[in-house]
Design a protein around this ligand. Structure first.
Ligand code: GCB
Length: 600
């Protein structure tokens, strides 16, 4: 298992997990003087309050603060009742965007690159009994050597401006929950579960990694509280006859209890939920528990008014309710791994997730959506200033996302990139080891994919051979032949015919197709941006999908309107939502609902 991001926090008599969410102190540091001035030790000198979790941008009323790029600091305090030699102490951030260093009482305890995966600081050697100062130095500048890719430029007054090679606002800050955790010294570090089905019987190959201890056990408890299977030792196989399977929109979850003992005494106990299911690709089909599944849903964003990309249970709950209402069964975590709570909720609701790493923007274009939509992408890798560093960060994201999400039944595939250059030898060389890495790391060997933009054509793409199923982002009728749906359909079918002629014998999933649509605009006949046009566009796509048996899923772009950077192509954000940013349906939502509720 190797890399671990410290298991999702649980609370019990042996483990203590305390949420540190709330109002923290916050300060911008445009001159990067915080460290020289010993802010971690002395405190932030001119701080303001800032909610955690939330993006900092949209709480401000001035543009400079909203669009800030550079170093910024957060600070809070937490209480340690006693410092015991039998315990270890951690601070666990769901994420800090994009890079950070973590200090406790002025002592640096962790640093992390990558803004969408957990940051775990072992603070054992820095804590004292009583109150402790927790300081985070973060930075949200974009570059071509970290993902998501972009660039940081200076305005004429010297201030910095981040420009993403992607189509979402560069929301930053502590956007996910923060926990203070006390763990036993002798603790469970990680576990993995792999399922095999024989008829209705399930075999579960398990592995447990622990720090110390001499005995470890695992039990699967069913919904009635009965032990369905039990195993002793760090690895082994459990058997559950007539197992309850985790199914799409019908999720059965077992409780998993892992116990670690030393000298006969239980030192640690970790509890989680587990869903028994298999995922596999067979020919042109996606199989869940050996049965064909057709993916219906969206590419989403973590995005909402005021909190930006901050995690909020009410918003997530509303999103799941909307997904259920419209008849969806799947979403892609475009374009980065989401807060862990999303996956826990999907496990419970029976939703399928294509889990994407933040590898977006591997195309040098500020209006990448236009470039990608029209298939006009130019090379990225040849000019990337440091492919080694980029690939190191990309590898780390793959390692960390698999470490974090490997046990979620909802996660059915890993997406290694969104709309990257794929049609050059350099791209092929860049991606091959990353696909190999993901294949080697995932104990469940889930299918791998990546979302291909228009330049990744059937003739040019050199990366689709690494994928188990092929994800296409296409905008026929929007970026191509906008307003001309008949012409768009002809071109669309032409491309699909070319893919079909390749006889790849793999499923295709549409991971993006959509039109910007104003919830205020109606026009008959439909025009671009009107609600009628979004409906006509969707209907055209549904007809095309029906003509190609290899198409095994349709994830429309986007679930909801979302914030982007400013530009002449974006009216206060991307309006391709089938729901508004406030999660109310546009007219197309009803068109889609009628179809999806009727696809079993
Ligand atoms: C794309 C990108 C996505 C954009 C979308 C659009 O190709 O993958 O991030 O938001 O197009 O709406 O243009």
């Amino acid at each position: 298992m190797g890399i671990y991001t410290e298991l999702y926090p649980v609370n019990n008599h042996l483990r203590h997990a305390e949420l540190l969410d709330g109002l923290w102190r916050f300060q911008f540091d445009p001159e990067s003087r915080g460290e020289a001035d010993a802010w971690p030790k002395n405190g932030l000198p001119e701080s303001i309050s800032m909610p955690v979790p939330a993006s900092f941008s949209d709480v401000f009323t001035d543009a400079r603060s909203r669009d800030y790029a550079g170093d910024f600091w957060y600070e809070t305090a937490f209480c340690v009742k006693e410092v015991s030699p039998d315990k270890r102490y951690f601070i666990r951030f769901g994420s800090v965007t994009h890079t950070c260093r973590v200090f406790v009482n002025g002592v640096e305890c962790a640093s992390h690159t990558g803004g969408f995966l957990p940051v775990v600081a072992d603070v054992t050697s820095a804590v004292v009994p009583g109150m402790n100062r927790l300081t985070v130095k973060a930075n949200n500048e974009l570059s071509e050597t970290n993902i998501p890719c972009g660039t940081t430029v200076r305005r004429s007054d010297g201030s910095k401006r981040s420009m993403g090679y992607f189509d979402f606002f560069n929301y930053s800050g502590i956007q996910r929950s923060v926990y203070y955790m006390e763990l036993p010294k002798c603790a469970i570090k990680d576990y993995s579960l792999v399922y095999r089905l024989e008829g209705s019987d399930a075999y579960i190959d398990y592995k447990i990694e622990a720090d110390g201890g001499d005995e470890v056990s695992i039990a699967f408890i069913d919904a009635e509280g009965k032990v369905a299977a039990r195993g002793d030792g760090e690895q082994g196989t459990l058997f559950i006859p007539s197992a309850h399977l985790w199914k799409v929109r019908n999720a059965y979850l077992y409780d998993v209890v892992i116990e670690l003992k030393q000298g006969g005494k239980v030192t640690d106990r970790y509890t989680a939920k587990a869903g028994i299911r298999t995922v596999e690709i067979k020919g042109e089909s996606i199989l869940l528990n050996g049965e064909k599944v057709y993916l219906k849903g969206f590419g989403k964003h973590e995005d909402a008014d005021m909190i930006g990309r901050g995690f909020n249970y009410a918003i997530a709950k509303r999103d799941y309710e909307c997904l259920k209402w419209i008849g969806a069964n799947c979403f892609r975590t475009s374009h980065y791994p989401y807060a862990e709570e999303w996956y826990r909720m999907a496990d419970e609701e029976g939703f399928l997730i294509i889990d994407e790493v933040p590898a977006v923007g591997m195309m040098r274009s500020i209006a990448n959506f236009l470039t990608a939509g029209r298939g006009e992408a130019k090379g990225f890798f040849a000019e990337c200033p440091d492919i080694g560093t980029l690939s190191k960060n990309h590898r780390a994201a793959i390692e960390e996302v698999i470490a974090r999400d490997k046990n979620h039944p909802s996660v059915i595939a890993w997406s290694i990139f969104n709309e990257a250059e794929t049609y050059t030898e350099l791209a092929e060389k860049y991606f091959a080891p990353l696909f190999e890495l993901a294949r080697a790391l995932d104990p469940q060997k889930r299918p791998l994919t990546g979302a291909l933009e228009k330049s990744s054509s059937p003739a040019a793409c050199r990366v689709n051979k690494m994928m188990d199923f092929i994800c296409l982002n296409r905008y026929y009728g929007w970026y191509i032949s906008g307003g001309e749906l008949e012409e768009a359909e002809r071109m669309f079918r032409e491309e699909m015919d070319a893919w079909q002629a390749k006889k790849l014998n793999k499923p295709f999933v549409f991971t993006e197709f959509g039109t910007d649509t104003l919830d205020t605009l109606h026009k008959l006949p439909g025009v671009m941006w009107s609600q009628e046009y979004q409906q006509e566009y969707m209907r055209m796509h549904f007809e095309v999908f029906a003509g190609y048996p290899a198409i095994q899923g349709e994830l429309a772009w986007n679930f909801a309107d979302f914030q982007t950077g400013q530009g002449i192509m974006r009216v206060n954000g991307n309006k391709k939502g089938v729901f508004t940013r406030q999660r109310q349906p546009k007219a197309a939502a009803y068109t889609i609902r009628e179809r999806w509720l009727n696809i079993k």
